[in-house]
Design a binder for this molecule. Structure first.
Ligand SMILES: Cc1ncc(COP(=O)(O)O)c(C=O)c1O
Length: 348
């Protein structure tokens, strides 16, 4: 056609997990939380006034910034609100990267990073993880303007220790963005690093641990100087009033949050054992999904056979992932349906 910039013309775009229209399916393919959000969210949304909707939203989402600051033990000026964690990634690439300033990240990882790099028309330096998914030493030496480490990593569920990320932050000349979209399901997090390092940005998502994927809300934590720079790049009204209200109600309900996380972790443990009993190789996961290596069967065939039974998991045709299925941790009932279907398929 010739209308688009060359890199857009060439781009394939991000491929989101399949979103079936039917509701009577077992959907374990996009890492949503299987439990509903806090009841405080629905109450808060019901109480939104006509006046709040008539006006533009608060450009920085101050009520959420205050609530998130309290949870993360920082001041509100360390927080930036975003239209999903994905928007923070986009803002960071726009803020730090261009043709001469590449982004770097270990692979395999979240498949949105190369898509955003292409949109920004910057170089993307992909450094392979070793077989144990430890942080590769070369990551510190790429000279990238922005280095992204997804921790826990998607789709592996592996976790890099806080000390290692602190060392990396100290070695890098550029910015280190730690994508903690799944960190609430892990033992530790890196939020404390923003106090010691001026170049660290932490990404958080409200989609997974707070069950708000449909609302689109995420946030960043960093030193105020970095936050101010990121604010210049974001849309003026990047988070809407309904989203601010919902996300604030969710993050304030600490008891509900803790209960839900514990439920998901208990299901993760159970699912991991069930899959191992069926012969899958399943490493411990620090996220709300597991990555199961199919030892005697083709992963893509299993994926297809499950989909025919209305059970959706995720298959990635990427190096190191072709023999694996990423399975979101569901409720007891969903996980049991998956396990019985797998038993049936494996005995065919
Ligand atoms: C690794 C990773 N980072 C960030 C996100 C962004 O999540 P959201 O935009 O829903 O907050 C996701 C969502 O799937 C993810 O898997």
């Amino acid at each position: 056609m010739g209308y688009f910039r060359e890199n857009i013309e060439r781009a394939k775009g991000y491929e989101p997990g399949f979103q079936p229209k039917e509701t009577d399916v077992v959907k374990l393919n996009t890492n949503e939380n299987p439990y509903p959000p806090s009841p405080a969210v629905a109450r808060a949304i019901r109480n939104i006034s006509q006046e709040q909707v008539r006006r533009y939203p608060d450009p920085t989402g101050s009520v959420f910034r205050e609530a998130a600051a309290q949870v993360n033990e920082v001041d509100p000026d360390y927080i930036i609100c975003c239209n999903g964690g994905d928007e923070l990634l986009k803002i960071a690439l726009q803020a730090f990267c261009d043709e001469n300033r590449p982004v770097a990240y270990p692979v395999p990882t979240y498949s949105l990073y190369p898509v955003l790099a292409n949109l920004q028309n910057c170089g993307a330096i992909e450094v392979p993880f070793d077989s144990e998914f430890d942080l590769p030493d070369e990551l510190a030496r790429t000279g990238a303007a922005l280095t992204i480490v997804c921790n826990p990593n998607a789709p592996t569920g592996s976790f890099v220790n806080v000390d290692e990320l602190a060392s990396l932050a100290g070695e890098l000349a550029g910015v280190l963005l730690i994508d903690e979209a799944y960190v609430d399901f892990a033992q530790h997090n890196c939020a404390g690093l923003v106090k010691d390092f001026e170049n660290v940005i932490i990404l958080r998502s409200m989609s997974k641990s707070y069950s708000l994927a449909g609302i689109r809300f995420g946030y960043g934590i960093a030193r105020p100087a970095l936050i101010e720079g990121l604010m210049k790049v974001k849309d003026s009204y990047n988070v809407d009033s309904v989203a601010i209200t919902a996300a604030t109600a969710a993050i304030k309900d600490r008891n509900y949050f803790t209960e839900t996380i514990e439920k998901v972790k208990a299901q993760r443990k159970r699912l991991t054992h069930q899959l191992r009993d069926l012969g899958f190789d399943v490493p411990e996961s620090s996220a709300n999904f597991v990555l199961a290596r199919c030892t005697n069967n083709s992963a893509v065939e299993l994926y297809d056979k499950l989909a025919k039974r209305n059970i959706y998991v995720r298959y990635f045709a990427y190096p190191k992932l072709e023999d694996k299925l990423r399975i979101t941790v569901g409720t007891t009932e969903q996980n049991d349906k998956l396990i019985s279907a797998l038993k049936e398929i494996l005995s065919e």
